[in-house]
Design a protein around this ligand. Structure first.
Ligand code: ASP
Ligand code: MG
Length: 465
């Protein structure tokens, strides 16, 4: 068995206790498969806190810099005191202090300039993962584990599209071969921060919020590992949204396609783009709970074993807005759809579900920040109705491909719920309905009871598809 990548989210590095659990989990894995690569998020809430400080200083509010930076400093140094032996503390404490003072200087400069460019935001946000990864590497070293801190800015090479930087895959592979692989080969555990990278010139970038999963997948692909483990604070992907349904179950296997549909439709566990590098390299991704390391979790692979349930899971995206656009001419003139979608493109607003009739098009959007501008632009050539407080409810499963009657059964199960839009995805891996947000709980529970009522029998046939 080859090495694995283990990514730990913010709650799994939240404090000394969490980091001790992380260390136990990593040691156990190292005993099984040799040294893993460890990728960590910033300690929980740190990224939010850093970005909030940037927003404040850019408005010239300097008041929170000292308190905010001191709080971060205190949180990391407290964890060091708990985790790193007295005689080994000096080195890592000095590194943390340096990082903290650099952060303080950056924020002060931004306050003076009243500036918050994406580039500055990344410079500040990167501090979260740089600090947490230093801390975790030092905790291992103090416990006698052969671990080494790797600077993510040297390992993940991106373009300069700050706050949502795109990795240069070839350059990143080369960097990982240089910065990470040799450590594994000499039996050391490399520890690096997720979310962070740098341009070719070494300017810090980030991959976008939640980007640590993506880092883990990039590292996994580049370092040639056999599995990517995403350690979080839930048991895995669930059969329904736990905030909506009281008894969701853990899905034991998912296909990559199912996982990305679920992530897209609101299942919070996995960042959708995580899937891409793992898919292209055919590396299984496992979601695991750091509070219950022995629970089986969810395994995501290209071709999971067959499942005898009609669907694999339900997901929902709440508080979406339906925009209905009706052509002011009798029929939709040609060019109408192009003009319509150009408006959403211009306002950089993603459209999730689309349905059309003879004279109108309905779309759903999740991000309504630019709604006023979008509506005004559409009204130049069409009538527009806006329906807020709607939701997408979607059933996902590879089995839907071979079950032409599924959509009918789903709709029958939703009798009495007002359906605003219905769509079956081109992949035929999902059926999505748009309903009132107020109906989500009833609708999702009813479907969940219908398909997941009996205990999960692990009867996925071990036959290849
Ligand atoms: N710390 C970053 C965030 O909160 C990245 C991550 O946790 O994946 O967005
Ligand atoms: Mg985070």
């Amino acid at each position: 068995m080859r090495n694995v990548v283990m990514k730990f989210g913010g709650t799994s590095v939240a404090d000394a206790d969490a980091i001790r659990r992380l260390m136990d989990i990593v040691r156990a894995e190292a005993a099984r498969t040799g040294p893993p690569v460890v990728v960590v998020s910033a300690m929980s809430k740190v990224t939010d806190h850093l970005l909030k400080m940037v927003a404040e200083v850019s408005r010239g509010e300097r008041g929170s810099i000292q308190v905010g930076v001191d709080e971060l400093r205190h949180r990391h140094l407290t964890a060091i005191e708990a985790l790193v032996g007295y005689h080994k503390r000096a080195d890592v404490s000095a590194k943390i202090e340096m990082q903290v003072e650099e952060l303080r200087a950056m924020l002060t400069a931004l306050a003076i300039l009243r500036e918050a460019s994406p580039r500055s935001m990344d410079g500040v946000a990167a501090a979260g993962e740089l600090l947490s990864s230093r801390l975790v590497a030092a905790a291992f070293q103090s416990a006698g584990v052969d671990a080494v801190w790797v600077d993510a800015r040297r390992a993940i090479v991106t373009d300069d599209n700050y706050t949502a930087a795109v990795p240069d895959i070839a350059a990143t592979h080369a960097a990982l071969m240089r910065e990470v692989r040799p450590h594994l080969e000499s039996g050391r555990i490399p520890v690096l921060g997720g979310y962070v990278g740098a341009t070719k010139d070494g300017v810090a970038t980030t991959l976008g919020r939640g980007g640590s999963d993506y880092s883990a997948a990039l590292v996994g692909e580049g370092a040639g590992v056999s599995e990517i483990q995403i350690w979080t604070d839930v048991d895995g992907m669930l059969t329904a949204d736990p905030r909506v349904v009281s008894n969701p179950r853990v899905v034991s296997h998912l296909s990559f396609g199912e996982a990305s549909e679920l992530a897209y439709f609101g299942a919070k566990v996995l960042h959708p783009s995580t899937i891409l590098p793992a898919v292209s390299a055919d590396i299984p991704v496992r979601i695991l709970n750091s509070h219950r390391p022995d629970a089986p979790g969810t395994l995501i692979t290209a071709r999971p074993p067959l499942n005898d349930r009609p669907i694999t899971a339900l997901a929902c995206k709440r508080n979406v807005t339906v925009v209905e656009v009706t052509s002011t001419r009798m029929l939709m003139a040609h060019g109408f759809l192009r003009r319509l979608f150009e408006v959403f493109e211009r306002y950089r607003t993603a459209v999730d579900v689309v349905t059309t009739s003879e004279v109108s098009v309905s779309v759903t959007i999740d991000d309504s920040r630019n709604l006023a501008g979008i509506a005004a632009a559409l009204r130049e050539f069409a009538e527009v109705t806006i329906e807020p407080d709607m939701a997408l409810l979607c059933a996902v499963g590879e089995n839907l491909r071979s079950d032409p009657a599924f959509a009918i059964r789903m709709l029958a199960g939703l009798e009495g719920v007002a359906l605003r839009m219905v769509s079956q995805a081109a992949s035929r891996r999902n059926v999505t309905v748009v309903i009132r947000d107020a109906d989500v709980a009833t609708a999702m529970s009813r479907l969940h009871d219908a398909w997941f009522a009996e205990p999960q029998q692990e009867t996925r046939l071990e036959a290849a598809r």
